[in-house]
Design a protein around this ligand. Structure first.
Ligand code: HEM
Length: 480
């Protein structure tokens, strides 16, 4: 028996949200220039059918309110929630000199995420690109993104997920053993440690040691820098992030060079796959990744995979702690004879101290619904920003080229027209596989930019859940 401290809230500021927020981060001169130009061009003049919403004060728009929400107790999404309740399906605001429109219907999500007429693109933000690298698929041009994604998606095969399940299971078992001596556990901190290790292991075969510790510190610096003003003075967060990025790149260079000289010959990780394919002259005509592309995208995957999965695990523990019924159901989860047999086999396996496999995870139907429901309610990535490439109409409103349009996934996930009693944690709502309407479940995005790590994330959540509930009979959950 032990206590679990669930600290959620503002930390759920994952990379994609940061990218959205990052779109707001401009230096002051840029802001002034844009606002003045906009007013000279009369951007809002004569456009009677523009979305409702306040553009706030001259020059600063609603930046202060947005920053207050970021630092507030309710978290940064509250900025959107309040306006969304006031204005309805579509509203506009102005933050750091940029017009942002938020939409929350499944139809708009479909139009934008499908990028039907090439009217929307993921925004390229210079300061973010400097940190994750401009060869990262997050910042690449649509054409380059397509080439990179086609190569990277091959890494997420069922073989690598199987390997990850085993490795992650081992990490969770070790961590849970340590928790026994620890008294009170802060789930988010623990989950961040485990997910970081798991992602580094599967990407680079880094398991422990100084190299891993330094990498973790540097990655965290880079993440912090994404939210900082892009000022390059030695004391600024942005500058420190750039320095951390340099160190990460140098570590990755060293690892690549070790692999090329035949050291670490047995590594079975993403890096090895990328290098092996690079060396293969009969490679099937796909885009070969340069070293710079490999390095930037390894960093991208570390950042993209760690924080999101750790947040999702934390929310899941919180929801289960609050829902006795779901907790009991998952423990029982024995609706059919077949499931009972499977549970027994699983219990045997677990007691023999062997590790879970991907097949085992496929035999946890109720737990999978718990995960889906946790992801729906938590909306770890609350909105997805896209840049508007040409004037268009959304929700009957005129949307201008150069604006940002954000799909408010959290509102969609909590829409009572799509989910009955949306604020109730009810995994059984997914009993019917076809229950979800198109574009109503957006935890991993949709379309050309759908999360690459979707199966990996789900696998990590399932392993964690299974081990937590089978190792400890009683867990006290405390909320911060
Ligand atoms: C529960 C955990 C996770 C959640 C909720 C999540 C969510 C998302 C979402 C919503 C997007 C799309 C953002 C948009 O359209 O603007 C995305 C993209 C992405 N995710 Fe995840 N993610 C998770 C875990 C992971 C993991 C474990 C990895 C890899 C190790 C990963 C790698 C990526 C990458 C590389 C992209 C960019 C794809 C592209 O732009 O083509 N994610 N994720």
């Amino acid at each position: 028996m032990f206590e679990v401290l669930v600290k959620v809230g503002p930390h759920g500021l994952c990379l994609y949200a940061i990218l959205g927020v990052g779109a707001f981060v401009f230096v002051a001169s840029e802001l002034w220039k844009k606002m003045v130009l906009r007013q000279l061009n009369g951007e809002y003049a004569g456009t009677s059918n523009i979305p409702p919403g306040s553009l706030g004060l001259p020059f600063i728009g609603e930046t202060i309110q947005f920053m207050a929400a970021i630092n507030g107790e309710k978290g940064f999404y509250d900025f959107v929630r309040v306006r969304s309740e006031r204005y309805g399906n579509c509203f506009k605001t102005n933050i750091f000199g940029e017009t942002h429109v938020f939409v929350k219907s499944t139809e708009s999500a479909k139009t934008i995420l499908n990028n039907e007429l090439g009217r929307f693109t993921k925004r390229y933000i210079k300061s973010i690109a400097e940190l994750v690298g401009n060869q990262s698929l997050l910042c690449a041009s649509p054409h380059h993104h397509k080439l990179l994604r086609a190569r990277l998606i091959n890494l997420f095969s069922s073989n690598s997920i199987s390997l990850l399940v085993k490795q992650f299971d081992q990490l969770v078992v070790d961590a849970l053993n340590e928790w026994e001596h620890g008294g009170t556990i802060i789930v988010l901190d623990e989950a961040l440690k485990i997910t970081f290790k798991a992602v580094c292991k599967i990407l680079l075969s880094l398991e422990s040691g100084v190299e891993l510790e330094l990498l973790q510190e540097d990655v965290s610096q880079v993440c912090k820098a994404m939210l900082a003003f892009p000022l390059r003075f030695p004391w600024t967060g942005f500058y420190k992030g750039l320095q951390a990025r340099k160190r990460i790149m140098s570590t990755l260079e060293k690892i690549i060079s070790r692999r090329r000289t035949g050291l670490d010959p047995n590594s079975k990780d993403f890096l090895q796959c990328l290098l092996a394919k690079d060396d293969n002259s009969s490679f099937d005509g796909m885009h070969r990744l340069t070293d710079a592309e490999i390095q930037d995208n390894i960093l991208t995957m570390i950042i993209a995979g760690q924080d999101t999965t750790a947040s999702a695990i934390t929310w899941m523990v919180k929801y289960l702690g609050e829902n006795e019924e779901a907790l009991e159901a998952i423990k029982a989860s024995r609706k059919t004879q077949m499931e009972q047999a499977e549970q027994r086999q699983l219990a045997e396996k677990t007691s023999k101290k062997s590790f879970l496999t991907l097949d085992d995870l496929n035999e946890m139907p109720y737990a999978s619904k718990v995960i889906k429901e946790s992801l729906r309610m938590a909306s770890v990535v609350p909105w997805f920003p896209r840049l508007v490439l040409e004037d268009c109409e959304i929700e009957g409103y005129k949307i201008k080229k150069g604006w940002n349009v954000n799909i408010d996934a959290r509102s969609i996930h909590l829409d009572p027209m799509l989910y009955n009693e949306p604020n109730n944690f009810n995994p059984s709502r997914f009993d019917d596989e076809h229950f979800c309407k198109p574009y109503s479940f957006l935890a991993f995005g949709m379309g050309a930019r759908t999360c690459l790590g979707i199966n990996m994330a789900k696998a990590m959540m399932l392993v964690f859940l299974h081990r937590l509930l089978t190792t400890y009979k009683q867990v006290f959950i405390i909320y911060l």
